[in-house]
Design a binder for this molecule. Sequence first.
Ligand code: GCB
Length: 623
Amino acid sequence: MKLTLAGRLARVPATISRNLAVVILLCWCSAVIAAGAEPAAAPIVLTGADRRPATSLEGEWASIVDPYFSGLFSFHHEEKKNGWFLNQKAKPGDPFPIEYDFAKAPKLKVPGDWNTQRESLLFYEGPVWYERDFTYQPKERTRTFLHVGAANYHSWFWVNGQKVCEHEGGYTSFNCDVTSAVHAGSNFVVAAVDNTRHEDNVPTLETDWWNYGGLTREVSLIEVPETFIDQYDLHLHGGQDSVIEGWAHVMGSEAGTKVEVEIPELGAKASAVTNDGGRAAIHLTVKGLERWSPQTPRLYKVVLRAGQDSIDELMGFRTIETRGTEILLNGSPVFLRGVAIHAEAPYRTGRAYSDKDAETLLGWAKELGCNYVRLAHYPHAETMLRAADRMGILVWSENPVYWALEFDNPKVLVKAEQQLDEEIGTSRNHPSIILWSMANETPNTAARTQFIETLANRARALDPTRLITAALLVRAEGNTKIVDDPLGNALDVIGTNEYIGWYEGHPDTADVTQWRIAYQKPMIMSEFGGGAKAGLHGEESERWTEEYQANIYRHQLPMLNRIAQLRGISPWVLMDFRSPNRPLTGIQDEYNRKGLISERGQKKQAFYVLQKAYKDGTIGKAD
Ligand code: GCB
């Protein structure tokens, strides 16, 4: 039972003076109001946050599962003044009971989803509280940020009982200013993370992947000087090898603040000053630059400095553009030999986050013969992008605008825009990323088209150096597949998904299928495939067998080769992944089985069919 203030007072034993109790309660109330209830600043986006020195907060956090969100909300749904973010300890003489205790609560590992850490949480959707103690020594003239790699979906953070930020969106990183909340000695951070699905979220109620909740990626403390470089963007100027241009934004700077950029290996150095908006335009002349490409994934150390601040980045330089129906990488046509990947952790399952997860997944893609991956259906971890940079794998990065959002709801557009800004702001310097995908399989309505066009325009304004795409739905007239979704007008590269041989027709239906594409633009077959349980064998005609799945690929590849403007493929999907939509007992058991590899790493026959086609150039040209 929840007690009001009057109710709490009524329970004070008669032996304690009621007046004294009133004083204690009022003092306590004003203390907690001061601590917990004031609005916190919005989190900020940092480019290259992982390149900054950080104190990791990974490890075991205390956790309390709170399905009714009692710790945060009162019955009237206002944020509580005595919420669990205060991390109170019961003391003798307390005028009312403290009904939680982080010190005694079970632990959850961070980073990590909660679903795969505790059996009772596998299907859990709702709020969970996290708490962790840390010691800290604040420094003069330094700002401290709590860096969160991702928290799915809605999260709230407090340090020493002071609210430091709130964030929506489960797949992008953000940084909460905790400078005024930390103190010397022992501190505590409390987070509430709620993965409840809502119609007006991005993504919305229904998806085809597991709604892994929690602090799913790294959490750390990052220190920067009072004036610091928060975002920057460097790229080749107009296809020339001799000029690198871009900008750096210095937060808290006065106009005229000097910014320096240096690439020591090229002996190149330039400086510029910030304008009124804190931005400095950078122009760097270089000699002997080796371009980044899948064959030569050359990365340079780039040092950015402004006042007391400096960042050591690792960057590669390349160009990407379209010419007619070609995609040109560094000026030459490229075919994207890809595969789609979910951020499902290999072997252990759960949300992928580590370098090792990234290296395993991308290592398999390489083994398949890929020069490209579609990272579906949301921005993946920084570790994945860094690995792609190192390994020379081109990337399609995707905003979680998936299926039927509330496209006519302006609040939903704001949420999608925020996630897009965070995705681009965080990841804009990865040479591996060549495509920003706005959406996947959205219904053709006027509201949808306007919504995604707005996102596409925003992405172009934020980053004019990359190509804009989306995975479109296809319609059919007899054996002809027609790609004429009006959204195609807003895209540089058309993505299309089809499941001939799985959701429609038989694998050999592909042999008689023709394609009519309304756009003279490059096209990527962004999904195709079918399900198979690893180790299940039978006739080619028997669904779920490896033979059936391999047969789909055998019929798909010649069909795809007949599409003149096809410039890439990313079959669905590299590895089996958890999805609650897939309950077929004994076969799916809550996994989408369209993987070329099982979640335990067993390669299915279709893996080898595609590998052969990639290696011998039957599809796309091997480099
Ligand atoms: C699709 C979706 C993808 C699903 C896949 C499937 O079209 O884009 O998210 O997982 O089909 O397996 O049905």
